[in-house]
Ligand binder design. Structure first.
Ligand code: ARG
Length: 458
């Protein structure tokens, strides 16, 4: 028997039951649902709708139910459609008529919104922590070989030498923006919908501010219809996860390239690679490929929910139940990728020599010759043109740019630009890839990490 059986003369068809039940996936919300219910119970007590003694019974009953879930002994009844009804059913079983008072002035519509916001708020905190840990892993890799450098690429063609720390920090900065975004989203999640009822509030004297405070929400809904029908907060969370996933996929792609024999810039530890069922020599960077591949479902979960929400009339519609699986899936996926990528980076050994040799490619000094000419008051476009001709000559003769420069009287004075480390050192402008601005960047990065950490913990 369902909790609404009063109005019905036939029981629900089994196909509808299978379509509509959500317990199979929303039972993971039990902790936050019970948290919301306890605040609600205190709210109906404060409204004079429950005796002190009955409140105590309900609160300890809810604690007992939570313990059953924690221990894995909670038994779902055949009629438990979702986590909310399962908990109410069990409360009534345990506390009889007192349990039957728990849903006073509440609807599953404000209940589920409350539960999901509480859940998402915690999930975002955990997510931000995992992203910060990946940032820490990137910085650890850089700190192992602070002087290592590699070619920086544009169009995947060698462009200019860059410090490894600079390259890794580029990823760190995008991840820190992800953390910032996650914490922004958290602020909008942190609004209590409890007390909105089914759609329009209630005639009973409950005070939504009270339960909001009890649950540590920093704000209370202003419009009951918005409170029960808004799922922006889930969409926003899914967006944060999708964009994070896109960032992780770019890092994954880079690790795939770096660990290929063609690049050979780095190796992953054995614990973060897989073998081949057929080819004995293979060591595959599946971790990086999955980081790249999982971004597809993160983007898919976002677009899926957006489409679900599009065109929904106010206020609650059952379509909204479709918010949960994408949310749970994206959170789980992101956590798996974040944790394994952090481990993979920590296991990484960077081939300083190979990457350094690639960055010693003398054509990467071309821009420095042009910039020297600019320093001598040659218009940049002319400088670019003459150095371009030197590069073309080197390619045509199959020799290094350095050789051509040294053999050309007009340019021979620039030969020390080719000295070891000179090109890297000349990347000296603020935010640039060389060792001179590196310290300032490191300080800024450190400051951003502590700012975000205190925002997260504060
Ligand atoms: N399981 C439902 C959900 O996730 C709970 C709300 C159901 N409300 C209703 N009026 N049928 O949205």
């Amino acid at each position: 028997m369902t909790l609404w059986s009063g109005r019905f003369s036939e029981s629900m068809d089994s196909t509808l039951w299978e379509l509509s039940e959500s317990y199979s996936f929303d039972h993971v919300l039990y902790h936050h649902d019970i948290m919301g219910s306890k605040a609600h119970v205190k709210g109906i007590r404060a409204a004079g709708l429950l005796s002190e003694a009955d409140m105590d019974v309900l609160l300890s009953t809810l604690d007992q139910i939570e313990e059953e879930f924690d221990r894995g002994t909670f038994v779902r009844a055949g009629s438990d459609e979702d986590i909310h009804m399962a908990i109410e059913r069990r409360a009534t079983e345990l506390a009889g008529d007192i349990g039957a008072r728990i849903h006073t002035s509440r609807s599953r519509n404000d209940q589920v919104a409350t539960t999901l916001r509480l859940f998402t708020r915690d999930a975002l905190d955990r997510l931000a922590r995992s992203v910060l840990d990946l940032v820490a892993a990137l910085r650890e890799v850089g700190a192992k070989t602070p002087d290592a450098f590699l070619p920086g690429y544009t169009h995947l063609q060698r462009a200019q030498p860059v410090l490894l720390t600079h390259h890794l920090n580029a990823h760190a900065w995008s991840l820190l923006r992800d953390v910032d975004r996650i914490l922004d989203t958290r602020e909008r999640v942190d609004v209590s919908p409890l007390g909105a009822g089914a759609i329009a509030g209630t005639s009973l004297a409950i005070d939504p501010e009270l339960s909001a405070r009890e649950l540590g929400f920093h704000e209370t809904f202003a419009n009951s219809m918005d409170a029960v029908s808004d799922r922006d907060f889930v969409v926003e969370t899914l967006f944060d996860l999708a964009l994070l996933g896109v960032h992780l996929s770019r890092m994954g792609e880079e690790l795939v390239l770096w660990t290929s024999a063609e690049f050979n810039f780095a190796q992953l530890g054995d614990a973060f690679t897989t073998g081949s069922s057929m080819l004995p020599q293979k060591k595959n960077s599946d971790v990086a490929e999955l980081a790249r591949g999982k971004s597809g479902r993160l983007v898919g979960n976002l677009t899926g929910l957006l489409v679900t929400l599009k065109g929904l009339p106010l206020s609650y519609n059952r379509d909204l139940q479709e918010d949960k699986e994408p949310l749970f899936d994206s959170l789980r996926t992101a956590h798996l990728v974040l944790a394994s990528l952090a481990g993979a980076y920590r296991s990484l050994s960077f081939n300083t020599e190979v990457a350094g040799d690639a960055a010693r490619d003398s054509t990467l000094v071309a821009i420095d010759i042009a910039e020297q000419l600019v320093g001598e008051n040659v218009p940049f476009r002319q400088a670019h043109e003459s150095v371009g001709r030197l590069v073309a000559e080197a390619i045509a003769r199959g020799v290094s740019l350095r050789e051509v420069v040294e053999a050309t009287e007009e340019f021979a004075r620039f030969s020390d630009l080719f000295d070891e480390g000179a090109a890297l050192k000349r990347r000296s402008s603020p935010g640039g890839a060389g060792p001179i601005p590196a310290k300032v960047q490191e300080e800024r990065l450190e400051a951003r990490v502590s700012l975000l950490t205190s925002r997260l913990e504060g």
